[in-house]
Each structure stands twice: as structure tokens, then as C-alpha cells.
Design a protein around this ligand. Structure first.
Ligand SMILES: [Zn+2]
Ligand SMILES: [Zn+2]
Length: 279
């Protein structure tokens, strides 16, 4: 089998012109069209992904030092969240979902017509490129927003300070956010795939991945499968970089990649935050 044939199968599917994702897309649109076309679907998808991704880290936090094989990967090992901290963040998250996410979802359901599902699936390249493009665009938008909300005192106190209650982040602190920040983040993650003309499948993959990396940013653990370890050359910050932001709040404003902080002189080395597995 030649390399070009392997490439063709991987990126264009088994029949010329068909994406390798076409069978999956056909299955989804033919069997679950009602669910997928609902304007509520992206909301349900992201909210449920959030709790699913938080749960394993929450379990690690509850186990703490009783689980040494996991605890040795904690970035700040002496600072395990207390039950009061976990409850506080759960309360804020529930409040935000009840008063912001739920009404926004109902409004979408009431005012937006069901979304048409295209027949063609994206190619694997379109999906990967779209997800990467969305992550890069969000990274820039949030970098600017975040920088402003740290540099302008009124913005910090009014909107962002709540997220800095804890200098040793943990997964449930991801959405320990003020309403304005949650609305802004939700607005960009909804708008950006439309701006980049992404396929719906690409949009949903981006949304789920974005929830994952946001939770991972706050998880407080530097596991061997951490994104900052999987993506080489310090291009991607991951949990270490954002942990340093919570320790030194005037540094590392970009949520995912490291280039904007390097360009604007706000980069702080996050290698020291890397947990050295203790024997
Ligand atoms: Zn944070
Ligand atoms: Zn901040």
C-alpha cells in the first residue's frame, strides 16, 4: 500500500471524495437528527462534558494524600482543596447554570429554528484545522480580555476577582466565574465556529475539547498525559501555565498557548510548576 493511498484513506475516506468521517456523520444525522438539530444540543453537550471531565479530578482531590500514586502529580502538593472550597465552587457553578446557562438555553430553544444538518461530513483535515483555528482564535480573544481585566482595577474587582479566590486551582474552580466572564466565554465559543465557517461536527468537537482543556488548565495536576507534555517546545501551556497564573496573577494571561504572553512580555516560566513525581 503506497503512502499516498494511506493518506487518501485517512483524509478522504474509502470512496474518493468521501471523508473518513462520513460514515460517523451519516449515522449521527440519520439516527439522531432530532437531537442534533435542536438549538439546545450544544448547551447540553458542553454542560454535561464539563461535569464528566471534572469528576475524575474531583475524585483525586477528595482522595488527596490517601492516594499517593496520584497525589505525587499534584502541582502544589501541600494545597489540596478543602470540602468548603469544593462546595463553594459547586454553589457558584450551580448559580451560574441556574441564572445564566439555563435561561440562555431556553431562549435559544424558543427563538432559534432547528439547525439544518449538511449531508457532507468534514474531512479529517477540515476538522483538525477548524478545531485548531478555534482554539487559537479563542486564545487571542481571552488573552486580550484577561489582560484588560487584570490591568484595569475596576474590571478586576467587579468581574474577575472571584476567579482568583484560589491560588492553587482545582477542577471545580474552572467555572468559579462571575456571570460576565461566563457569558463572554460562552459567546466566543458559540460565535467563533460560525466566523470560521466550521462544520457542525467540527464545532461540537471544538466545544467538547475546549471544555476539556479549560478543566485541565485548572485541574492542579501535571499528569504524564498533560497537554503541555503532549505538545512539545512549550507551545502549549496546559495546567502548569495556568497554575502559575493563579500564583502570580500578572503573568500567563493566555489560557492555552504561550506565544501571546511571550510576545507581550507577560510570560512566566511554568517549568518550576511542573510536578516532579515524588518517590
Ligand atoms: Zn483560572
Ligand atoms: Zn486571571
Amino acid at each position: 500500500m503506497t503512502l499516498s493511498l494511506v493518506g487518501e484513506i485517512l483524509f478522504y475516506g474509502y470512496e474518493k471524495g468521501d471523508s473518513v468521517l462520513q460514515p460517523l456523520w451519516d449515522y449521527l444525522r440519520l439516527h439522531h437528527s432530532g437531537t442534533l438539530r435542536s438549538p439546545l444540543f450544544p448547551v447540553v453537550l458542553t454542560v454535561s462534558s464539563y461535569f464528566v471531565f471534572c469528576f475524575p479530578y474531583l475524585f483525586c482531590d477528595i482522595m488527596g494524600e490517601k492516594w499517593p500514586s496520584i497525589h505525587r502529580y499534584k502541582i502544589q502538593p501541600s494545597r489540596t482543596p478543602t470540602p468548603a472550597m469544593l462546595l463553594h465552587c459547586t454553589g457558584i457553578t450551580l448559580r451560574n447554570h441556574l441564572f445564566l446557562v439555563f435561561p440562555a438555553a431556553v431562549a435559544q430553544w424558543a427563538w432559534r429554528p432547528p439547525v439544518p444538518l449538511p449531508e457532507r461530513a468534514p474531512t479529517l483535515w477540515e476538522l483538525i484545522g477548524g478545531v485548531a483555528g478555534n482554539l487559537l482564535l479563542f486564545d487571542l480573544q481571552y488573552f486580550i480580555w484577561h489582560l484588560l481585566h487584570h490591568k484595569v482595577r475596576w474590571l478586576y474587582v467587579t468581574f474577575h476577582a472571584i476567579h482568583h479566590n484560589y491560588s492553587a486551582p482545582f477542577a471545580l474552580a474552572t467555572q468559579c466565574l462571575g456571570g460576565w466572564e461566563l457569558v463572554t466565554v460562552g459567546f466566543w465559543t458559540t460565535l467563533n465556529p460560525l466566523l470560521l465557517k466550521c462544520h457542525l461536527l467540527t464545532t461540537w468537537v471544538f466545544m467538547v475539547l475546549h471544555v476539556y482543556v479549560s478543566v485541565e488548565d485548572h485541574c492542579g495536576y501535571d499528569f504524564p498525559w498533560s497537554t503541555s507534555r503532549l505538545i512539545p517546545f512549550g507551545i502549549y501551556g496546559g495546567p502548569n501555565k495556568h497554575d502559575v497564573h493563579h500564583q502570580k496573577p500578572n503573568t500567563n494571561f493566555a489560557p492555552h498557548f504561550s506565544h501571546w504572553d511571550r510576545l507581550f512580555g507577560t510570560h512566566a516560566d511554568f517549568s518550576f510548576a511542573t510536578a516532579k513525581p515524588r518517590q
